[in-house]
Design a protein around this ligand. Structure first.
Ligand SMILES: *Cc1c(COP(=O)(O)O)cnc(C)c1O
Length: 387
């Protein structure tokens, strides 16, 4: 389907709301019926009628249709956060006694869900190096119901071979879920590569303006019907109609923002690579990236996030570099208009730095929508401070 059609028209029924170009925010918790018979049938078809906003709200429904179509999938559900979408996807596929295989170094709350929370319900988890599909197969047993992927991750960017893994999983009747937040559905076509479900932190690129927290879960209709009736309605981690309308507005410009971010990221990466105070760059579309060929094969788009090792003699010097940046803000998250940094050394106290997990001089960068010179000038002056 044409991306312009999806972003500008799909799901919008303007004749039903005065021809308004922007979809209305239907800020209503419940919806009234004229007859008992209509009410009665709505109870058995909550997914498709408007009964109650925890289920199907008209503003959220427009968003759901666009999100599914962008991914080339049958359907999508919208949650109040990416973490809620991840949790719903995972919990929908396990029961007591089951086993999950997850790629190492996933998003922190995915890690906590799998390794701290699910053990309460007697679900066991193996974390594997995801660079070889075989490692997933070797870690699986008869109790394995789910392979949880994240490709690339958002700090060191290791990839998994999505076509190979989805084929292997299908042959063993194992469900595959990927966190596709880094690329978005435009940048990586997971459903077309055979992955069963795709989750996103919509807080990042889909929202794009650092003012909404939301999540998407995308997949085929039978799986999503089941998740709607269980995890979504029971746990109730829904998005508000107002936040859904903010996402609808943001998504009109998603392709433009991604294109601008890709161009600026390429230019900033080139600047960093040529800078004497940069030791190493980790960026999937850079030729030095260990899985460069796989990145080029399965990702249509790469940008925004990359990491770099700064040539600094101490944690204090890394901190001086970071504290000196002015246009780059220091904050968690990414995907918004504003460029960001987050240094690995902020995850630990100076004394307890865990060099086996991250090197002390690693800094993650996110490139937003600012002009490239504005960003490079800021980097130059911060590098001067640690010369
Ligand atoms: C931010 C993020 C999440 C969590 O999303 P929230 O919207 O913050 O709940 C999940 N996965 C990845 C890769 C993320 O970057």
């Amino acid at each position: 389907m044409d991306i312009s059609y999806i972003l500008n028209h799909l799901g919008e029924e303007r004749e039903n709301y005065f021809g308004a170009v922007a979809p209305p925010v239907i800020q209503s918790s419940n919806f009234a019926f004229k007859t008992v018979e209509d009410l009665r049938t709505s109870f058995t078809n909550e997914r498709n009628v408007h009964l109650y906003t925890r289920g199907n709200n008209p503003t959220v429904e427009i968003l759901r249709k666009k999100v599914a179509a962008l991914a080339g999938a049958e359907d999508a559900l919208v949650f109040s956060s990416g973490a809620a979408a991840v949790a719903a996807a995972v919990m929908s596929q396990v029961k007591a006694g089951d086993h999950v295989v997850c790629v190492k170094k996933p998003y922190s709350w995915t890690n906590k869900l799998l390794n701290n929370y699910l053990s309460r319900y007697n679900v066991s988890v193996s974390m594997v190096d995801g660079t070889e599909p075989q490692y997933f197969a070797e870690a699986s047993n008869e109790a394995t119901t789910l392979w949880m992927l994240e490709s690339p991750n958002t700090f060191t960017f290791e990839l998994q071979d999505l076509k190979a893994l989805s084929a292997l999983a299908k042959s063993r009747n194992i469900v595959t879920v990927i966190d596709n937040s880094y690329c978005t559905s435009l940048g990586q076509r997971c459903i077309e590569m055979g992955i069963d479900m795709e989750v996103h932190s919509a807080t990042k690129y889909y929202g794009g303006h650092s003012d909404v927290v939301a999540g998407f879960l995308i997949g085929n209709r039978p799986m999503l019907d089941k998740i709607f009736a269980t995890e979504l309605l029971n746990i109730g981690a829904i998005i508000s109609p107002h936040d859904a309308s903010l996402l609808l507005r943001s998504m009109r410009t998603l392709p433009l923002r991604l294109e601008k971010i890709r161009q600026t990221t390429d230019a900033v990466v080139a600047f960093m690579k040529s800078h004497p105070q940069v030791e190493r760059i980790i960026y999937p579309f850079d030729e030095s990236f260990p899985q460069y060929d796989l990145a080029k094969e399965q990702m249509r788009w790469c940008g925004g996030l990359f990491s770099a090792n700064i040539r600094a003699k101490s944690v204090e010097e890394v901190e001086l570099f970071c504290n000196s940046l002015r246009t780059f803000l220091m904050a968690v998250s990414w995907g918004g208009h504003e460029s960001l940094i987050i240094p690995a050394c902020s995850f630990y106290s100076r004394e307890a730095f865990q060099s086996e997990v991250y090197s002390f001089n690693m800094v993650r960068f996110y490139i937003g929508l600012e002009d490239v010179d504005f960003l490079i000038n800021d980097l130059k002056q911060a590098f001067k401070k640690i010369e």
